[in-house]
Design a protein around this ligand. Structure first.
Ligand code: FAD
Length: 391
């Protein structure tokens, strides 16, 4: 269907990506889900195709496009598998930090390899004692001569068990508020002191090799591996999360769209009481609601991506887009499963896999509750500012 919100070029780009992932992804996504196999080869193929680092400058090996294109690729990847979309987008989040805050030397050293999937990355924020309140992280980094020494424990890092490069957030100045005393570092695999790595067995997002224990025990890295300035970590994290939330929303849209397509086709073919089940309003009205919620979530995401490309503050709209997509994608997957009866609960039509993957979207990159926390904070601030300027 022609969209008035996407240019012809963007629609053609999305169509091309859709065909690529339809053709290439299936064996890999099943191996990810069933055998916990990380999609090393497929990621390399995606890299060659320009589907990793879509929005980053071409001089570092990126696609030279913008957030809207990055979001469309994530949507089309997740139409096959949300887990695969996550493996595709983690490099984006780490590259975002290096590309926007790193030195020229850091960009040249790491970005090209990230975009070809020769350098796999993990973003290290969450710790065993908490993820929502990231400012209270306990991991510390101390400056000793020409090195930084990192000590602490992270958990939940997607691609963490296979990563070549860890982008690690740590407190560097415990005497000031963490929003001013946090910094971010690039830590290469094999650096002595990365002592333990276990993996979680998860409900969805399988094959992503999510670590449950990632211990940094006096890990000494060159001073040059600090990204940005000391104390700049928290604003960098907030900036990165805005982009990440738009991509999560896009991925959830793609997976939810597939659920809707599967359910729509099934309700046209499946018969009960001598007629296709779509003839029952109890079924077709669910499909109507699924389509409506998907459309609304898509509009929010598109607005967020467009605002970001225009350089506007997207803190509120990105949280709205992510939270709304997460809740509604979950609702769509659940209803899709319901209208398919017993077969929806089996592995035959992929719905159960998509349902499990979508559920993770309500927790990762900020829970639904944290999205509301961000939206209400921004809303009240805007309201107060509007009142001030009116008086
Ligand atoms: C599949 C998956 C992939 C992930 N990938 C990564 C990754 O790559 N890197 C990484 O660093 N982390 C990752 N995470 C971690 C994720 O970001 C955290 O799990 C998430 O931010 C929540 O943190 P928590 O699990 O510590 O829950 P907690 O912070 O302990 O929260 C527990 C509950 O309390 C609620 N809560 C907390 N504070 C408030 C509040 N102020 N108001 C209302 N409710 C509140 C939360 O919403 C939640 O329901 C991933 C998680 C999952 C599930």
């Amino acid at each position: 269907m022609v969209s008035i919100f996407l240019s012809e070029q963007e629609q053609a780009y999305a169509h091309q990506a859709r065909e690529f992932f339809k053709r290439e992804a299936r064996p890999h996504v099943l191996a990810m889900d069933r055998d916990n196999e990380y999609p090393f080869e497929l990621l390399k193929k995606m890299g060659r195709q320009g589907y990793i680092g879509v929005r980053f400058p071409a001089r570092y090996g990126g696609g030279g496009l913008n957030m809207m294109h990055e979001a469309l690729v994530n949507e089309e990847t997740a139409a096959q598998s949300y887990a695969l979309a996550c493996a595709r987008s983690v490099p984006h989040h780490c590259a975002f930090i290096i590309a926007n805050y790193g030195s020229e030397e850091q960009k040249l050293k790491w970005l090209p390899g990230i975009f070809t999937a020769d350098v796999l990355t993990a973003e290290c924020i969450t710790e065993p004692t908490g993820g929502s309140d990231a400012a209270r992280m306990k991991t510390k980094a101390q400056r000793r001569g020409d090195q930084w020494v990192i000590t602490g424990e992270k958990r939940f890092q997607a691609s963490g068990a296979v990563a070549d490069l860890f982008v690690v957030f740590a407190i560097t100045d415990p005497d000031v508020h963490p929003t001013k005393g946090m910094s971010v570092f690039a830590v290469e695999k094999g650096t002595p002191g990365i002592v333990a790595m276990e993996e979680f067995d998860t409900m969805g997002w399988r094959g992503l090799r999510i670590v449950s224990e990632l211990i940094f025990d006096q890990v000494a890295i060159p001073a040059a591996n600090l990204i940005g300035e000391p104390g700049q970590g928290f604003p960098i994290l907030m900036d990165m999360l805005n982009s990440e939330r738009i991509l999560v929303a896009s991925g959830l849209l793609g997976t939810a769209r597939t659920c809707l397509e599967i359910a729509t086709a099934y309700t046209m073919e499946r018969e009960a009481f001598h007629r296709p089940i779509r003839n029952f309003e109890g079924v077709s009205f669910k499909v109507a609601e699924m389509a409506t919620r998907l459309e609304a979530a898509s509009l929010l995401r598109t607005k967020a991506a467009r605002m970001l490309d225009l350089g506007q503050d997207v803190t509120k709209i990105a949280a709205m887009a992510k939270g709304f997509a997460a809740e509604n994608a979950y609702w769509i997957a659940n209803e899709a499963l319901q209208v398919m009866g017993g077969i929806g609960y089996t592995t035959k039509h992929d719905i159960e896999r998509h349902f499990r993957d979508i559920r993770g979207g309500m927790v990762a990159v900020g829970t639904n509750e944290i999205m509301r926390l961000v939206v209400q904070r921004e809303h009240y601030q805007e309201f107060a500012q509007a009142q001030d300027s009116a008086s």
